[in-house]
Design a protein around this ligand. Structure first.
Ligand SMILES: Nc1nc2c(ncn2[C@@H]2O[C@H](COP(=O)(O)OP(=O)(O)OP(=O)(O)O)[C@@H](O)[C@H]2O)c(=O)[nH]1
Ligand SMILES: [Mg+2]
Length: 228
């Protein structure tokens, strides 16, 4: 249970160790516009990683538990590893400003089913300005899709420019919506410099593999030797 929502909120993430000295679970946030494929990416990541890692998921919806219910129906993880947060307001408030309900959910999961290697936190769909508080997650993925318009990377915004990984999803739809993937790659590079970009289609080809590989690399450095 997380009760102190003040300065303690950042201390939780800053103190990345459990009382026994082991590292707590790596927390990765997934944000991005409505319908870009966040839940589908979370579901695919669970299927890809669940055999080798101990993981859990927190979903955020404004008034419902729909994303959690989708993941439960798909049986991507045992039910006790999926928690829903009903934000009741703008999704970005619950992941950036008052993160208490989300912190409580991740801490409850660690307590109930831990020790965990990884917790994925899906934000409710929001606009291009939504980012996670560093007090809630250790790294963030911003998911956009080619059907939202190939000018989205050029438009920038904190999600596109600063997320630790930018995922450009639904590449299978590019020919149908007239999106120019090379232009999206060029614009993303211009906005992000050396920060990575993954093009995915969850229905064809490598599916979620580029994202799963990135998550594994994050975990490798998270659990690597601790430098004090
Ligand atoms: N064609 C295609 N459809 C996809 C892909 N990824 C997701 N979808 C579909 O896009 C729709 C929205 O996907 P979700 O994963 O629910 O999107 P979301 O970002 O979680 O949506 P919100 O949580 O409501 O913001 C669903 O019908 C998915 O099946 C993809 O790579 N290709
Ligand atoms: Mg969703």
């Amino acid at each position: 249970m997380h009760l102190d929502h003040g300065p303690h909120a950042t201390a939780v993430s800053a103190d990345a160790h459990r009382p026994d000295g082991s590292r707590r679970a790596l927390r990765i946030g997934l944000g991005g516009p409505v319908g870009s494929g966040k839940t589908a990416t979370v579901a695919a990541l669970c299927r890809e990683l669940r055999d080798t890692l101990s993981l859990a998921v927190v979903t955020n919806d404004i008034y419902t538990r729909e994303d959690a219910e989708f993941l439960l129906r798909q049986a991507v993880l045992p039910p006790e590893r999926i928690q829903a947060v009903e934000t009741g307001a703008c999704p970005h408030t619950a992941i950036r400003d008052d993160i208490s309900a989300n912190l409580e959910a991740v801490e409850d999961l660690e307590e109930a089913v831990g020790p965990l290697d990884l917790i994925l936190v899906e934000s409710g769909g929001d606009n291009l300005t939504a980012t996670f508080s560093k007090g809630l997650v250790d790294a963030q993925i911003f998911v956009i899709d080619v059907a939202g318009g190939d000018d989205i990377p050029r438009k920038g915004g904190p999600g596109v420019t600063t997320a630790d990984l930018l995922v450009i999803n639904k590449t299978d739809l590019a020919p149908y919506v007239g999106s120019d993937l090379e232009r999206m790659a060029r614009d993303a590079k211009e906005q992000r410099g050396e920060l990575p970009v993954a093009f995915t289609s969850l229905t064809t080809g490598d599916k979620v593999k580029p994202v799963a590989d990135w998550v594994r690399a994050q975990l490798a450095s998270w659990t690597g030797p601790v430098t004090v």
